[in-house]
Structures are given as structure tokens and as C-alpha cells.
Design a protein around this ligand. Structure first.
Ligand SMILES: [Zn+2]
Length: 96
């Protein structure tokens, strides 16, 4: 499991990718806590992270506490690989 999907699995539901011609692929998810839907460019989670930090700081702290600092670099590398494969499969889906 990557850090990218960790926050979404932790605090969001109805996660889906949005693929529309002429625009960058996006993904959206609904906050489990306040039911707000957020949309962001695929492969990034800063909107989701920021929402959690601002609206649900206690939950944000809980998620952070589960992340091992020494493993952070390893997670980043895993996310990079996963994002690369996500892009490839997304292009295939978009063109189909
Ligand atoms: Zn929320």
C-alpha cells in the first residue's frame, strides 16, 4: 500500500478516477467525516491531506503517527513506481 492511497483509504470513500478528454486525469473522493467531495489531479493527494489537516486535525495526527519516519523514503519510492504504472494504465483506459 502506498502513502498515496493510505490517506484516501484512511479518511475517504467513493474514491474514483475522472478521465475526460483534453484535461489531466483527476481523482475524487468523499470525506468520511464530513461527506465533502474533493477533486484533485491524479497522482497527488495534497488537497486530501490539507482537508484532513484543516478540518480533522485529530484524524490527521492519527494517520501521521502510523507513518514510520525512517521508512518515508522507501514509501516515496514505492509511490513513484505506482504512479508510473497508474499513468500507463490510465492512458490505455482513456484511449479505449
Ligand atoms: Zn472532511
Amino acid at each position: 500500500m502506498s502513502a498515496n492511497s493510505a490517506i484516501i483509504k484512511f479518511a475517504f470513500m467513493e474514491h474514483k478516477e475522472i478521465c475526460s478528454p483534453g484535461t489531466r486525469k483527476k481523482h475524487s473522493a468523499k470525506c468520511k467525516f464530513c461527506k465533502v467531495s474533493l477533486t484533485e489531479t491524479a497522482g497527488t493527494t495534497s488537497t486530501f491531506t490539507r482537508h484532513l489537516e484543516r478540518r480533522h486535525p485529530e484524524s490527521s495526527a492519527l494517520l501521521s503517527s502510523t507513518a514510520d519516519v525512517t521508512g518515508a523514503r522507501q514509501i516515496e519510492e514505492e509511490v513513484g513506481r505506482e504512479m508510473a504504472s497508474m499513468e500507463t494504465s490510465a492512458v490505455r483506459r482513456c484511449n479505449s
